[in-house]
Design a protein around this ligand. Structure first.
Ligand SMILES: [Zn+2]
Ligand SMILES: [Zn+2]
Length: 427
């Protein structure tokens, strides 16, 4: 393999994806280019509705929004044929069947961006080198542009080495990781069913360039939901007693949610990130919407904080004579790598000699919905781990000044390939 050529190619690809970021469930351009490239490499990719269970989709924009995003994807150079084949849902899965007996190894790469404006200052490299986001309020500020490029690099190397491999590899390009929205619907479609091994990997995350982590721990189990309060609008001076104030109910709920008692047994989080209410200065607010997330270090703590949140929301709604309805928009669970797989992965990555340091465990931040895939594989008797690809970053993840070290991309491909090959040839 000509690694220098691959590096140039994948950096160019990463920069192209960086320039045209797409948020959860709108990755039509990205998915279409992934499918196009996989097909060129010799795969027969499944896309869109073939890869996600519609009933299990969480936090997808409205159909009008989807129309707008499909239109933009086409304008910005998406592959129209592949976009049509998706049936309004992004997502790509490609399978490499060697035809020889061996394990099934599933690899997952996420493709979506973050809802944040990219920094405009000239010292921000993507701006300076002209690959900053052209889509307002959207930016690859988590490195999933690099993940997608790495996935395509892995696809290219594996198919070139197919003759040396046994078993089956599934390459899963997932929409909607941000907000933990996409993985669950893919799991429900069965994309990881029957896997003996499952691998995912995140770039950056506080791990420096030259370091590789085999097992990311500490992802918090989370529920994301919108709370819709319904009250009764009325004239604020003429008939205030006839109104039922949804704004006050939501405001009381926001304070109450942030006052949920901590749990003795471990970390928990609750955040009200958005609160919109009311229609006019002289109108008792008839409706309010809040965006909320709860998290816990383990499932028990996560259930505790979610159940308390529901009580607080219902209590606040009742206090003001309003009602509240909850709509789940995302969810993730906890993860822990399997010792045997972690150890095999460690041998494979160390043998590459392309990392200064290979560490057993790293602390994963926030939440991650590949945990659903890990759990499904582990429950089916397989093994899974979530790895960490070190990369120096210019600013924290989800910040408009985020940028990553592109020299980590090829080591990421090599690590993923090395572990996959070790697993395929292990049985
Ligand atoms: Zn992120
Ligand atoms: Zn991320």
């Amino acid at each position: 393999m000509d690694w220098r050529r691959l590096e140039q190619d994948l950096i160019a690809l990463r920069r192209d994806l960086h320039r045209y970021p797409e948020a959860a469930w709108t990755e039509f351009r990205t998915s279409s280019l992934v499918a196009e490239r996989l097909e060129r490499l010799g795969y027969k990719p499944a896309v869109g509705l073939e890869t996600v269970e519609v009933d299990a989709v969480m936090g997808r924009p409205s159909e009008e929004e989807i129309d707008r995003h499909i239109g933009r994807a086409v304008t910005q150079g998406g592959n129209v044929g592949w976009i049509e084949a998706m049936g309004r849902y992004p997502g790509v899965v490609a399978v490499l069947e060697t035809g020889r007996p061996g394990p099934v190894v599933s690899l997952r790469f996420d493709m979506d961006c973050v809802d944040v404006d990219e920094d405009e200052s000239p010292d921000h490299r993507p701006r300076r080198e002209n690959f900053a986001s052209v889509n307002p309020h959207l930016m690859h500020a988590c490195g999933h542009d690099a993940h997608t490029a790495i996935g395509l690099g892995v696809a290219e190397v594996l198919i070139a080495r197919e003759g040396l491999l046994n078993g089956t590899v599934r390459l899963i390009f997932q929409p909607g990781e941000e907000g933990c929205r996409g993985a669950y619907a893919m799991v429900q479609k069965g994309v990881v069913d029957g896997s003996d091994y499952f691998l995912a990997m995140h770039i950056g995350g506080g791990v420096p360039s030259g370091t590789f982590g085999l097992n990311s721990l500490g992802y918090l189990s989370t529920t994301k939901f919108d709370a819709h309060f319904t009250g009764r609008p009325a004239h604020a001076a003429g008939a205030p007693h006839e109104g039922r104030n949804a704004l006050l109910a939501a405001a009381a709920a926001a304070l109450g949610l942030h006052a949920i008692a901590p749990h003795r047994d471990g970390a928990m989080r609750v955040n009200v990130g958005v609160l919109n209410a009311g229609t006019g200065r002289n109108v008792i607010a008839g409706s309010a919407t809040m965006k909320v997330e709860t998290r816990g270090e383990n499932q028990e703590i996560a259930d505790y904080v979610y159940e308390r949140a529901v009580e607080v929301l219902n209590g606040a709604a009742a206090m003001y004579g309003t009602t509240v309805e909850l709509e789940r928009t995302g969810a993730g669970t906890t993860a822990c790598g399997d010792a045997e797989l972690v150890s095999l992965a460690g041998e494979a990555v160390r043998a590459l000699n392309c990392f200064e340091e290979v560490v057993e465990t790293v602390r994963g931040g926030g939440s991650e919905d590949a945990t659903w895939m890990m759990r499904r594989v582990q429950e089916g008797g397989g093994q899974a781990t979530y790895m960490a690809l070190g990369s120096d970053i210019a600013a924290p993840h989800h910040n408009g000044r985020f940028d990553l070290d592109e020299r980590s991309i090829v080591p990421g491909v090599r690590a993923m390939v090395a572990v996959t090959e070790r697993l395929l040839n292990s049985k």
